[in-house]
Design a protein around this ligand. Structure first.
Ligand SMILES: Cc1ncc(COP(=O)(O)O)c(C=O)c1O
Length: 468
């Protein structure tokens, strides 16, 4: 009897814990689990799931995030593929030879899209994002320069890389991590991007290369690769220096081929040695994928390549990471097959149309001055019109828009223009025209609210939204 009661009690205690205890009243929900030390005991999976799930809700709605360039929407087929491939490690090429083969097909397709002279005999790789891809592009430039200099018995002590002051932070990291002097050409109202102007003042015999950005992060504008190459041609004619270009096409390398096909920015420009892009930006995959492709095998020094034997052959690879997810590569291939050139053109043009509609609407608001109009990638920026108000600034507007769920960052422009604050919208596949009209209505309402204030708003600092 006693024994039976004990078992009964035990069961009812377990049942109480597992089934009867209503959601949100279990330990960890009704109380708080430790946040910065490993909990002593276990939790029910349901409880742990609920806690993580609920906290992630505070991140906001990714679809309303107009700050990020990175994919926030894929279709159900992609979601299925993602789940099926979540366990694949990209580096296990001998275990997953088909994923490896698909990776090669993807960068070969990109080499062709970007007009490599002989796409099947060039070299490229997937990466975790454009940052890693940029590092590999930069490393190849540095190593080529070192080889040239050593062969001529010249010093390799002081390599430098020339780029716009509006480069993405990955290039600052590259220079810092790999000990290359960063030479920034400042942007200005007259030269809104690196355009070859004054380039001769920045390059010399120690310049490993020039970075040209297709889709500047701050504004979305293209840097005119042909014009930069022409300036370097003149420099070569005058000085003999033969300086290659790496194109940072994090965003634009997946827009220009479809929406501005006659614009020559890629391997059609002979000085372009390598190009990177983010699969997870306008390559339309979820986060965790970049690509880098070289013009030909000569553009990537052999001593940066490691050889692995799988697929019955000897496969060249290079990467900074070892393990990383393989699923994104499959997602990219899915999109290449699913959309093809026609589909990519339709999707990217649709996104560009929405961005241009938004830019037109923003330009109609008296408070603003457009910096650019989304005619390059679907990104544009604006500033507060001089003299419009002393009561609020774009940081206040950014805050106000957050209350409606929209994330639209405000930030200072780079060196030389730091006094200018801009606000930027990145339009991605998933922001429909319909949703964009709702954004415009919210933006107008927020501006009207701020304009109606009779005294200045307290100063706001840029906010990361980070909570402990
Ligand atoms: C021009 C440019 N280069 C590089 C990067 C870094 O890309 P990723 O986030 O894929 O590492 C970005 C990201 O916004 C970018 O805009």
């Amino acid at each position: 009897m006693t024994m039976r009661r004990t078992i009964h009690e035990q069961y009812s205690r377990m049942a109480d814990k597992i089934e009867l205890s209503p959601l949100f009243t279990r330990p960890g929900e009704a109380t708080q689990l430790p946040r910065y030390s490993l909990p002593e005991g276990e939790s029910l999976p349901e409880t742990a799931f609920q806690i993580v799930h609920d906290e992630a809700m505070l991140d906001g709605n990714a679809r309303l995030n107009l700050a990020t360039f990175v994919g926030t929407w894929m279709d159900d087929h992609a979601a299925r593929l993602y789940l099926e491939a979540a366990d694949k490690n990209m580096v296990d090429k001998d275990e997953y030879p088909q994923t490896a083969a698909i990776e090669t097909r993807c960068w070969t397709m990109l080499a062709e899209l970007w007009h490599a002279p002989d796409p099947k005999h060039t070299i490229g790789t997937s990466t975790i994002g454009s940052s890693e891809a940029a590092m590999l592009g930069g490393l190849a430039l540095k190593r080529r320069w070192q080889h040239r200099r050593k062969a001529a018995s010249q010093s390799t002590d002081k390599p430098n890389l020339v780029m716009s002051s509006a480069v993405q932070v990955c290039w600052e990291k590259f220079c810092n991590y790999f000990e290359v002097e960063a030479r920034y050409v400042p942007i200005s109202e007259e030269h809104k991007v690196l355009d070859g102007h004054d380039l001769a003042r920045y390059v010399d015999e120690n310049t490993i290369g020039v970075v040209a950005i297709m889709g500047v992060t701050y504004t979305g504008m293209y840097e005119p690769v042909q014009q930069i190459a022409a300036a370097l041609d003149r420099i070569q004619a005058d000085t003999g220096l033969d300086i290659p270009i790496h194109v940072d096409g994090a965003s634009g390398a997946m827009i220009a081929p479809f929406c501005q096909p006659t614009l020559e920015w890629d391997f059609r420009v002979e000085r372009v040695a390598s190009i990177n892009t983010s699969g997870h930006k306008y390559g339309l995959t979820y986060p965790g994928l970049g690509w880098v492709v070289w013009r030909d095998r000569d553009a990537l020094p052999e001593d940066l390549i490691f050889y692995v034997s799988y697929l019955g052959g000897n496969m060249p690879t290079l990467a900074l990471n070892f393990s990383r997810p393989g699923a994104q590569v499959l997602l990219q291939y899915y999109l290449f097959l699913r959309l093809g050139r026609a589909g990519f053109t339709k999707v990217q043009q649709g996104t560009l149309d929405v961005a241009q509609y938004l830019a037109r609407e923003v330009s109609k608001i008296d408070a603003f001055t457009l910096w650019n109009d989304a005619s390059d990638i679907p990104v544009f920026a604006w500033s507060l019109r001089t003299g419009h108000t002393r009561n609020w600034n774009l940081y206040h507007l950014s805050d106000r828009l957050r209350t409606k769920g929209w994330l639209v960052p405000a930030y200072p422009m780079p060196d030389n223009l730091v006094d200018l604050t801009v606000q930027r919208i990145v339009v991605r596949n998933g922001l429909s025209h319909d949703l964009a009209t709702l954004f415009v209505a919210d933006l107008r309402e927020c501006v009207d609210y701020l304009d109606a204030l009779e005294s200045p708003m307290p100063a706001v600092k840029p906010d990361s939204g980070f909570r402990h």
